[in-house]
Design a protein around this ligand. Structure first.
Ligand code: FAD
Length: 471
């Protein structure tokens, strides 16, 4: 099963791209990891759960309904492939793991809409049970109707910080405090730029107002110091904007510093990355219309984080690029309208990114025993020692020297923090030390699937190399 265009991702970007491609007469196959579509923002609850869209998505219920209906239509016509992880891309085909194991899916034209994930920075205690990313805290609530604790502190920065705290408050959870590393002034001075999307600005202000009205302590311009606790989270320590230290008792924390695009599939498909010095993340370079490389297109937060409404517009625009490139007639007015819409989102996002800058606090000043890479349990002290001893000039050298980023997540969680640490100690910018090289598998592979691979391709490759050597 493979359509004219294979789309990876069933969020707003992938689904709107699919809709426009099908309307343009092409066949599509949408590959994604979930049971059903919607992506991160419109994540669906399990089929036997009965909460209404209003309960789960609040102001976004109408949009969620529309995206779910679109997914259901595409699913009913056999165009979706759920429960499937894309592990790699080689010679024009995706390597996938689905319910029946590993398989290759030819993708002569590939559309990448893989979304984003939380940006994490380490601090003492961040690997304790009870410490979640903001995204994970929201997934627990949206998907399962669960909260992460009885008394919760949310900290970090970015729009998701206030949104998730507000969602928890509305679900009846006790939110002990919201602690934002960005300052009130950072946000206030970006207000004119955020007026490009007045609805989003209004919603953000509403979340803050309601948190405040319900007595949730809001602290801005803080420095996160430690997640306290022994066997599990017991509190959160931060320094306020006047330099005073505070401990807030809690049994869970949700934290994150904005989102970073999931660029890795695009990299395997030949994309170039570009560094964003404001959010200190790597984006996928594209031509402004979703073209990444010959036959490879991209849209949504997996290319550059612009938000869900922008992801829908970007999916639509990238689909128009596919149609134009294969010689189909594309209506100039449609192209102009959708490009203008996306340009407005980009202006809004520039202001939003400046309103919630990543914290400037030093990673090099963290205690030696703070975990940097949790998969391989590499500490800040070990990474610092490797940097001091060998002076690596880019992040992949540091990875080879101390194993940070070599575990299950392949640097998805610790990659940016490792680059920041190296840059800080070597006196350069995170952009200059680069990003961890991507290789397949992009996601952990089950033992059962790996065994299939070993008995077919790996065995053949070993046999081939053996016969070359002996002939
Ligand atoms: C956890 C989380 C929660 C968020 N919640 C909100 C929110 O409440 N409100 C808001 O405005 N914004 C939220 N955002 C941001 C929001 O997700 C996006 O702006 C929007 O959903 C982007 O749409 P997208 O289509 O680009 O990607 P997404 O909606 O993120 O969809 C990505 C898709 O790619 C698939 N995928 C990724 N990698 C692979 C792979 N290797 N193999 C197979 N499939 C893959 C996923 O299964 C998914 O279907 C959230 C982001 C995250 C990470």
């Amino acid at each position: 099963m493979a359509g004219d265009v294979v789309i990876v991702g069933a969020g707003p970007a992938g689904l709107r791209a699919a809709e426009r491609l099908v309307a343009g007469g092409l066949e599509v196959t949408i590959v994604h990891e979930g049971e059903s579509g919607g992506g991160n923002i419109y994540r669906r609850q399990p089929r036997n759960f009965r909460r209404s869209p209003e309960t789960i998505y609040a102001s976004e219920a109408g949009r969620a309904r529309a995206i779910h209906a679109l997914y259901d239509r595409l699913h009913a016509t056999g165009r979706t492939l759920g429960h499937t992880s894309v592990l790699g891309f080689e010679s024009g085909a995706l390597l996938c793991e689905g319910e029946k194991g590993l398989f290759r899916l030819p993708a002569p034209t590939l559309m990448i809409a893989t979304g984003a994930s939380d940006t994490i920075l380490p601090l003492p205690g961040w690997t304790l049970p009870g410490a979640y990313t903001l995204g994970a805290a929201q997934i627990a609530l949206k998907s399962q109707g669960c909260v992460i604790g009885n008394r919760i502190v949310f900290f970090g920065t970015g729009p998701l910080l206030y949104l998730v705290a507000w969602q928890y408050l509305h679900a009846g959870a006790q939110v002990a405090a919201v602690c934002d590393t960005s300052r009130w002034w950072d946000k206030a001075r970006q207000a004119p730029g955020m007026l490009w999307e007045p609805r989003a600005l209004w919603l953000g202000l509403r979340y803050r107002r309601e948190l405040h009205r319900h007595g949730v302590a809001l602290h801005e311009g803080i420095q996160a110091e430690q997640i306290l606790g022994g066997a599990r989270v017991g509190g959160f320590r931060f320094r306020d904007n006047r330099g005073h230290s505070h401990d807030v008792a809690c049994d869970a924390v949700g934290f994150g510093y904005g989102l970073r695009p999931e660029t890795r599939l695009a990299e395997l498909a030949g994309a170039r990355l570009s560094f964003d010095p404001v959010q200190v993340v790597w984006n996928v370079a594209e031509d402004g219309h979703g073209r990444i490389a010959p036959g490879v297109y991209g849209a949504g937060d997996g290319i550059a984080v612009l938000g869900a409404d922008a992801a829908e517009a970007a999916g639509h625009l990238a689909a128009l690029s596919v149609l134009a490139d294969i010689g189909r007639k594309v209506d100039a007015l449609e192209l102009k309208a959708i490009s203008a819409r996306l340009a407005r989102f980009r202006r809004f996002r520039r202001a939003l990114d400046r309103a919630f800058p990543p914290p400037s606090a030093s990673l090099a000043a963290l205690p030696d025993d703070t975990v940097l890479c949790r998969c391989e349990t590499v500490t800040i002290g070990e990474a610092r020692a490797a940097i001091t001893a060998f002076a690596p000039d880019e992040v992949n050298r540091l990875k080879a020297l101390c194993r940070t980023g070599m575990g299950r997540c392949q640097g998805r969680v610790c990659g940016l923090a490792t680059a920041r640490l190296l840059a800080e100690i070597s006196g350069c910018t995170p952009g200059e030390v680069g990003t961890m090289r991507t290789q397949a598998p992009l996601k952990p592979v089950s033992y059962a699937a790996a065994a299939t691979l070993a008995t077919t391709e790996i065995r053949q490759a070993i046999e081939a190399s053996f016969s070359e050597k002996t002939s």
